[in-house]
Each structure stands twice: as structure tokens, then as C-alpha cells.
Ligand binder design. Structure first.
Ligand code: PLP
Ligand code: COI
Length: 358
């Protein structure tokens, strides 16, 4: 891609106290943007100062939610370089989500180049303290001006970056999860597998009601029978039962998490038995009653590894591992973050170093 670069004339103040970054509310000086027109393809790739988008009020993204996005992270490495974790996998999943929502794919290497160029330019924004990173949000929206309920013919792909700390204010302390029994997030044949805005909008009411009751998130069950465990709003779920790592099998209702895949690969590397299968919610409560449910934790780019200390389903609540992070979750947290920071051997070559273009 021939990316033009316009640097900001008014650089923003960078956050001084990295312990107060929070998640996704501070943005760097620049953004990447490229546009698409049917018959013309992708055109005018550019890095520009971070700014508002101007779109027509009749843009399909505003009316029909034709939108997909990704979440990835850049890390400050001890050798002064910046590392990207499995970024091409994010680009591939972006394209899978785009296909499901009738949007154009953008070549994986083009996405990779765009992200590298942007992160290189804003590399001084990558925070260095433990537990911080530069969160990257590639996004594609349908623009144009047509209220007809069909796919658009013009699109915008952009990437913004946000220096961030932990997603949950508690950091790695166990969170409380409510198992949702009234609403559904995704159904067979729907869009649960795609990372599209509507899936998140569909989950907000349940999440807000759970928050009002003191829970951090809801755990979704399958939308048809509300019997099997699927995933949490922003992370996949894993359980340790009888010394085995158990997680829901993928299908068209669950986001195929890149962290999920990484943890399963690390588990296999370490010889920990892994089961990807349907998990009846009743099994969790029975295993807990029999002392066989050892740990529960979520996996996600933003959430990293988030231990779950409490699970409520209907009128039953269970406390897992005394509401403390367990040894398996801790081991995966240490290994994963160690690889991301290149302090632990990266046997799968998941981290790529951002080249210096300038
Ligand atoms: N499930 C949902 C619904 C998510 O939003 C996320 C976050 O991206 C995940 C799972 C975890 O996916 P990943 O590990 O690729 O970040
Ligand atoms: C991520 O982990 O990158 C996500 O996209 C979660 C997000 C919805 C906060």
C-alpha cells in the first residue's frame, strides 16, 4: 500500500501516571484510514491526525449496524522495541467478520502494514509499566447514503490506538459472573461468531442489569436451550475440572478468541489435557458440589486472563477456588504475558516486532 502520512501539528499530552490509564478512553495522536468503493476497491490509505469521522446521516452503519471490529495489543518490550501479538490472526478474523456482514475483505498484509506504520508513528504512546499496552482497534464501517436495507457499496476501514491498563478495574482479582437466563446474545446461524457491533449492543441490557446486581459480567448460555455455557461479553471461558482444561467448542455462536486459541496451544505444549466440547451449566454446579471444579477464568485480548471467583445461576451461587486466582490461571497469565513481553520463549512466533519506518 502507498500510505501517505500527515503528522499532527498539535501533539497531545501523554498520560503521565500509567497506573491510571484504565481501558480505551485515551487515544494517540494518529489514526489510519482507507476507503472502499464498489468497482474501485480500497483507495487512499493514509495516516492522519486522530480526528472525528465525517459520515452521511444516511450511512448504513448508523441504521443497520453494518460494522465489524478487532481488538489487538502492542507491547513495550524490554529491548526498547514494540511487539505485536498475533496481529495477522486479528486481520484474518477481521476478514471473516467482514464476509459474514457482507463487507469487503482487506488483504491481511495490507492490514499488517497499516498497523505497523501507525504503531511505529505513535510508538512513544506505548506504555511500559507492567500490565499496560497499546490497545489497537481496527474497525470497518459501511458508509455512503442509502436507507435501503441492503449491504452498502462504500466502506471505511480505520485503526485507532489507546494506551490502556487492565480491562477490569480489579486487575487480576477474581470477578463475579452472573449466568444469563433471560436474554440471548447469539443463535445458530446468527452472527455470534463475527466481531460485529450488534452482538455487543445485544448484550448491554443484560450486562447492565447484572452490574446493577453487583456482577462484573454475564456468562451467555446457548440461545436455543439455555443449557450450555458459551462465552462472556468480552472473553471466552475456561474451566479446570478434574485437572483438565475444559472450554466450550467453537461454533457459529461463539467468537473464536485468539487468546483462547493461545491458551489451548500452551496447555497442549505443557501436556495439560484439553477438552473443547459442550459444557452443560448443570455440570459446573455438580462438579463444584463434588469438589471437582478447581478453577474458572476468562480469556481475551482486553481481559487477558481473568479469574472468576463467583458464578450465579438462577438462585444458586458458587464460590470457586476460595475466590482466589488458581495455579492454572496464574500459570497461563504468567506464560502469556511473558510471551507478549518476550520474556518467555515464544515457541509459536506469536510476537512480531514493529519495524522502524521513520
Ligand atoms: N468473546 C468476545 C465476545 C469478545 O469480545 C472477545 C474479545 O475480543 C473474546 C471472546 C476474546 O477474543 P480474543 O481473545 O481474540 O480477544
Ligand atoms: C477485546 O478483548 O479486544 C475486545 O474486543 C473486548 C472489547 C469488547 C472490550
Amino acid at each position: 500500500m502507498n500510505i501517505t502520512v500527515t503528522k499532527t501539528q498539535t501533539p497531545k499530552e501523554k498520560p503521565v501516571d500509567e497506573s491510571k490509564l484504565g481501558f480505551g478512553s485515551i487515544f494517540t495522536d494518529h489514526m489510519f484510514i482507507v476507503e472502499y468503493e464498489e468497482g474501485r476497491g480500497w483507495y487512499d490509505p493514509r495516516i492522519i491526525p486522530y480526528q472525528s469521522l465525517s459520515i452521511d446521516p444516511a450511512s448504513p452503519v448508523l441504521h443497520y449496524g453494518q460494522e465489524v471490529f478487532e481488538g489487538a495489543k502492542a507491547y513495550s518490550l524490554d529491548n526498547g522495541e514494540v511487539g505485536l501479538f498475533r496481529i495477522r490472526d486479528n486481520a484474518r478474523r477481521m476478514n471473516q467478520s467482514a464476509v459474514r456482514t457482507c463487507m469487503p475483505e482487506l488483504d491481511v498484509e495490507a492490514q499488517y502494514e497499516a498497523i505497523c506504520r501507525l504503531v511505529d508513528l505513535d510508538r512513544s504512546w506505548v506504555p511500559a509499566s507492567e500490565g499496560t499496552s497499546l490497545y489497537l482497534r481496527p474497525t470497518m464501517i459501511a458508509d455512503g447514503a442509502c436507507l435501503g436495507a441492503h449491504s452498502a457499496s462504500s466502506f471505511i476501514y480505520f485503526v485507532i490506538c489507546s494506551p490502556s491498563g487492565s480491562y477490569y478495574p480489579e486487575g487480576i482479582k477474581p470477578i463475579r459472573i452472573l449466568i444469563e437466563t433471560r436474554y440471548a446474545r447469539a443463535v445458530k446461524g446468527g452472527m455470534g461468531r463475527a466481531k460485529t457491533g450488534g452482538n455487543y449492543a445485544a448484550s448491554f441490557k443484560a450486562a447492565k442489569e447484572a452490574l446493577d446486581r453487583g456482577y462484573h459480567q454475564v456468562l451467555w448460555l446457548d440461545g436455543r436451550e439455555q443449557k450450555y455455557v458459551e462465552e462472556v461479553g468480552a472473553m471466552n471461558m475456561m474451566f479446570v475440572i478434574d485437572d483438565k482444561l475444559v472450554t466450550a467448542e467453537l461454533g457459529d455462536t461463539i467468537l473464536p478468541g485468539i487468546t483462547r486459541d493461545s491458551i489451548l496451544q500452551l496447555a497442549r505444549d505443557k501436556g495439560l489435557p484439553v477438552e473443547e466440547r459442550k459444557i452443560p451449566v448443570t455440570e459446573l454446579f455438580e462438579a463444584n458440589a463434588q469438589g471437582r471444579l478447581q478453577e474458572a477464568f476468562g480469556t481475551g485480548t482486553a481481559a487477558v486472563i481473568s479469574p472468576v471467583g463467583e458464578l450465579t445461576w438462577l438462585d444458586k451461587t458458587i464460590i470457586i477456588n476460595n475466590n482466589e486466582i488458581g495455579p492454572v490461571a496464574q500459570m497461563f497469565y504468567d506464560t502469556l504475558t511473558g510471551i507478549q513481553k518476550q520474556r518467555v520463549e515464544d515457541a509459536h512466533e506469536w510476537v512480531s516486532t514493529v519495524p522502524r519506518f521513520n
